[in-house]
Ligand binder design. Structure first.
Ligand code: PGA
Length: 220
């Protein structure tokens, strides 16, 4: 059985109480060591969840959903990579929702990747086409291939096409590639078994504790 990355993107969801309940339910799920499970909660929950994971020795890591393209300083509203590093090891960069709703350009994405790497975070760079890998291959990043039409739509991309595109990304960059877009407990295994895919980025199906527990169960 190959190692797999299971990344849960909570997006702009969950209060403190909801997050604690989620962890109470999912926290002690038994899953084998070959799954690396990383939760990407909103910024507001990183502190409390990192404490909770430590105190309860849970087998989860944390990531942020975004970082500032600048260093710390006079950038009202931004959170810098070094601030994130206190609580998390990973960071999502360039999610299509940020590119679309917040006008994030490839240049901004590149700046964020640089800041993440300087701070010792592992950037998970979300891309929806091959052009978006330009200038990013050298760094220690993980690519999340997420076709826009598959995100949150219940229409996951054809696995053969995902494998083909992931193969092209790997060929150009030599980096690991995960797939995201309407992945759930029913289809996770199909994507994890693809030759060029190292894991999955899961949005909707990660929110409900029992649905995420089923994802973990079916992933192995
Ligand atoms: P989804 O989201 O699983 O709800 O399609 C994936 C993502 O946006 O990363």
């Amino acid at each position: 059985m190959k190692n797999a990355l299971i990344f849960a993107n909570w997006k702009s969801n969950k209060s403190k109480n909801e997050a604690k309940k989620w962890f109470e339910e999912v926290g002690h799920s038994d899953f084998p060591d070959n799954l690396k499970v990383v939760i990407f909660p909103p910024f507001t929950l990183l502190d409390i969840l990192s404490g909770y994971i430590k105190v309860n020795s849970l087998p989860f890591k944390l990531g942020a959903q975004d970082i500032s393209p600048f260093d710390r300083g006079a950038y009202t509203g931004e959170i810098s990579a070094s601030q994130i590093k206190e609580f998390a090891e990973f960071v999502l960069i360039g999610h299509s929702e940020r590119r679309t709703n917040f006008g994030e350009s490839d240049e901004v994405v590149r700046n964020k990747v640089d800041k993440a790497i300087e701070a010792g975070l592992i950037p998970v760079v979300c891309i929806s086409n091959l052009d978006q890998i330009r200038g990013l291959g050298e760094e220690k990043v993980i690519f999340a291939y997420e076709p826009i039409g598959s995100i949150g739509t219940g229409n996951p991309e054809d696995p053969a096409l995902v494998d083909k595109i992931a193969g092209q990304i790997k060929e150009k960059t030599n980096r690991e590639v995960i797939y995201g877009g309407s992945v759930n407990a029913d289809n996770i295994k199909k994507y994890l078994s693809l030759e060029n895919i190292s894991g999955s980025l899961i949005g909707g199906a990660s929110l409900d504790p029992s649905s995420f527990k089923n994802v973990l169960k079916n992933a192995v």
